[in-house]
Structures are given as C-alpha cells and as structure tokens.
Design a binder for this molecule. Structure first.
Ligand code: HEM
Length: 449
C-alpha cells in the first residue's frame, strides 16, 4: 500500500469515527461543487481566518495593554526615570514588546495581521466585483459585505491610536476632523467619539470601539453574510450566458463535496499556511514602536495614517479639496459600492460583457494604488490642480482605451464562437445560415442574446 493510500484510509477511518458520534455533516455548511476547490473561491474564508487570528492575538494583548493616558509610574519595565512621563497606554505597549516572552511576536503579528486582513478583504471585494458575484440572487450578500468592509476599516482606524504614539495620535486627530465634517452624521458622531473632550476620553472611546463595539457588529454582520452564502451556495464561474442558473438545487448538492471534512480541511490548510507566513514575517521584521504622545523630541513627527487611509489623506493635500469634499467623495464611493448590484443590471457576469463597470473598477483600483504611493512619498505636501490632472488623468483615459479594446476584441471572437456553436455542421459562417441573414437561432443560444 502506498503512503497516500494508507494516509487517506486512516483519515477516512478517523473521520468515520467522528462523524458517527457527531453527525457533523447534518449541521455543517452545505456541500460545495467540485469546481470550488480553488483558492479564488474561498477568499472570504481567508478573511474569516485572518479575523480569527486577530481575535485570538488581540485577546492575548488585552492581558497587558492599559488604555490610559496617565503618566506611568512603572517606567514601562525599564530602570526608573527612563520613561517617567510616558503615557500608560504607550508604556504597556513598550512593556509587551520588551518584557513579555514572545510579546514582540504577538504585537507584530497582530499589527501585520490587521494589514493582511484588510488586504485580503480588498482581494475578496475586487474578485467579487470583477466576476460579478453581486448579481442576483446575491445582492444582499454584497450589501452586507460592504458594511463588513466599513467595520473592518473601522477596526484599523480605532486600533491605530491604541499604542498612543505621537504618529498615531496626529493621524487619528486628522481622521476625526474628517469624520466630524460629515454633513448631519458628523455632529451626531461628535459627542460619541470625543467623549468628554479629553485625550483620555478619546482613547477610552477608541478602545471600547476596537475591542467590543466593532467586533460585535462585525461578528453579527459576518453571521448574516455566511447565512446568506449558505442560502445561495457558492457563486458559479462568471459567464456571458444571461440565463445561467446562479443557485444550486438540493439534487446538485447531493453530488457535491461535503463541507465536513473536505472543504473545511481545504480552507484550514490555507489558514495554517497564513498563520505560519504571518508569524514568520513578524519574527523576521518585528514592528518598532514610534515615540510616545507628548515626547518633546517628537515635535517634528509627520502626520501619516496606515497605508489603507493614505489615499484619503493625500486627497486633502490637493489644492481646493476641503475635508468636506474629501469625505463627501469617499461617501459617494461607498454608496456606489453598496448599490452596485442595482446599478449593474445586465444578467451577464463575465467581465467582457460589463465594460463600463470594469473600467470603473480598474480605474478606481489604479487610483487607490497611485494615491497610496503618492501619500506615502509626499505626506502633507500640497498638490496643484495641473499636477493632479497630469498624474491621475491618464489612469482613467488609458484604462478606458484598454477596456474598450478588450471589449471589442473579445466580443468579436466570442460572437464568432457563438455562431459556430449555433451552426456546427454548416462550416464557418455560411452567409445563408448566419444570424444576420435571418436564420432562426437554436433556443439555447437565442436566450443568450
Ligand atoms: C470582513 C470582511 C468579509 C468577510 C470576513 C467575508 C466573508 C465571506 C465568506 C466566508 C464568504 C463565503 C465564500 C468565500 O469564502 O469567498 C463570502 C462570500 C461573499 N462575500 Fe464576503 N466577506 C467580507 C467582505 C465582503 C465584502 C467587502 C464584499 C463586497 C462588498 C463581500 C461580498 C461577498 C459576496 C457577494 C459573497 C458571495 C460570493 C460567492 O458566493 O462566491 N464580502 N464572504
């Protein structure tokens, strides 16, 4: 018996034992079609995995972190006098890094894990956008996903202040000024975010939001997101066929691969790889803590947010763009994403059939990447309107040309293939049988056009 036979038989035996005692298949998620054994179908599960890592590492950090701005009396675990005026929040972070066994690994992996979760979430979002997974019947999955995106970015925003460094303090203040400029919502948010107007009030609110309120909202939305996924099943591959069925029947489910243990193990395998790579990166390049709020040596610190908000910070550097305009624009984008399933009404999901929406997605993606790099290179440097036009204008024009070219090219070849399928025995495009000449198309193909 080969090793792999022996391995599979042993696994089957163990699984049979567990299944016999738990009937897990009955209460696990529904079976999934064979084609879903590709990482691209499980990008959302990878985000869940990243979220779980954040929950566990965050809970461990809570044992030591102190959400207080009071000057510390413990000198952050260093000889007395070293950091006598450093706030307790910063000191407890310093203590985690320098005095707790594996503390640096824990904190660095929590921070890089947040970046990874946000990156994977964008990957999940853009994959869904390009492949049109938001189309019927998955409109609500998409909308709940958009709220999840807001919550995830909110986790990043509120967590940034917690180490209480001068850098994070400055950037959080800019972010709060932007949020408070929101029409109607801003003044309502004000008392909630600022509490009693002291630094301690702000830190306490950010802490509460980061460890309790947003995780609760995220957990609730995630439950709804997965419940909707369970109800529709996984989205089939993108297609140009407007009659494509986008839900699986119970009969098809019976032929699919059971979630337990196959799909679960498949996702877990990727999840373990994620944890290994994350810990490896955190061990090799540990995060170094910038200086604390109130340190006089920090007077010249640049105000810079984490990478995922750099684009918004750069936008405010554009001459003539006030915080109200910047916040207004980000809200227009948010509403666009939220309502996308109702704006893109065609029934075809393949990118070649949705040139306008693909142009928008690619332009926005390029815009964000460009703005992020720009924001990182020149934080706080004012940009004149001609520079903005010269730098950003080509993104939209070049993308428009590329998408138009692809659309034209693939539409033609696709139509040729369709015609060949309609008249398989008639040779290539006989004039008498071509659809243009009035021949009756086969019903399956007719429904596509
Ligand atoms: C914290 C963020 C998010 C988490 C944890 C999450 C999780 C998941 C999971 C576990 C699935 C099941 C299929 C898969 O693994 O890909 C899924 C599917 C889906 N998600 Fe998300 N998601 C998040 C954000 C988003 C965002 C931002 C959007 C879009 C705006 C979105 C839209 C969708 C849609 C439409 C599906 C169904 C796709 C399909 O059936 O293939 N999700 N999500």
């Amino acid at each position: 018996m080969t090793f792999s036979n022996w391995y599979n038989r042993s696994l089957n035996k163990i699984w049979g034992f567990v299944e016999d005692r738990t009937s897990m298949r009955k209460w696990a998620l529904r079976p999934q079609p064979e084609f879903s054994f590709k990482p691209s179908y499980w990008t959302g599960a990878f985000v869940v995995n990243a979220f779980l890592f954040q929950v566990v590492s965050g809970a461990l950090l809570l044992f030591y972190y102190q959400p207080s701005t009071a000057p510390t009396l413990t000198a952050c675990g260093q000889p007395v006098g070293t950091f006598s005026v450093a706030p307790a929040a910063w000191c407890s972070t310093y203590y985690i890094i320098h005095s707790i066994p594996m503390g640096s690994l824990l904190l660095s992996s929590h921070l890089y894990g947040a970046y990874a979760m946000i990156f994977l979430m964008f990957l999940h979002f853009f994959r869904g956008y390009y492949l049109g997974v938001y189309k019927a019947p998955r409109e609500f999955s998409w909308m709940v996903g958009t709220l999840l995106m807001v919550m995830t970015l909110g986790m990043g925003f509120t967590g940034y202040l917690l180490p209480y460094t001068q850098l994070s303090y400055n950037a959080t203040n800019v972010g709060i000024v932007l949020a408070l400029r929101l029409p109607t919502v801003g003044p309502l948010l004000g008392p909630f975010i600022l509490a009693d107007g002291t630094s301690q009030g702000l830190l306490s609110r950010m802490f509460d939001a980061h460890v309790l309120l947003i995780p609760l909202a995220l957990g609730g939305l995630l439950y709804a997101h997965i419940a909707l996924f369970e109800s529709h099943g996984i989205a089939p591959p993108a297609s140009s066929d407007p009659t494509q069925r986008r839900r699986f029947t119970e009969r098809e489910d019976k032929k699919s691969v059971p979630f337990m243990p196959h799909i679960f193990f498949y996702i877990t395998k990727w999840g373990l790889l994620y944890v290994g790579v994350l810990l490896g990166i955190a061990a090799l390049w540990p995060w170094s803590l910038p200086t604390y709020v109130g340190n006089l040596a920090a007077a010249g610190v640049v105000t810079e947010p984490d990478w995922y908000f750099l684009w918004l910070f750069k936008l405010v550097d554009f001459q003539g763009v006030t915080p109200v305009i910047a916040v207004g624009l980000s809200n227009v984008l948010l509403v666009y994403v939220l309502l996308l399933p109702f704006l893109d009404r065609s029934k075809r999901t393949h990118p070649r059939d949705r040139p306008l929406f693909i142009w928008l997605a690619t332009s926005l993606l390029a815009f964000f990447v460009m703005m992020t790099v720009w924001g990182g290179e020149t934080p706080g440097v004012q940009i004149t309107p001609p520079s903005v036009a010269i730098t950003l204008g080509p993104i939209f024009v070049v993308n428009g040309l590329v998408v138009a070219l692809f659309h034209w090219r693939y539409r033609r070849s696709y139509e040729r293939r369709l015609a060949a399928r309609m008249f398989p025995y008639a040779g290539p495009f006989p004039a008498a049988h071509s659809p243009a000449a009035g021949a009756t198309p086969a019903p399956e193909v007719a429904s596509r056009e």
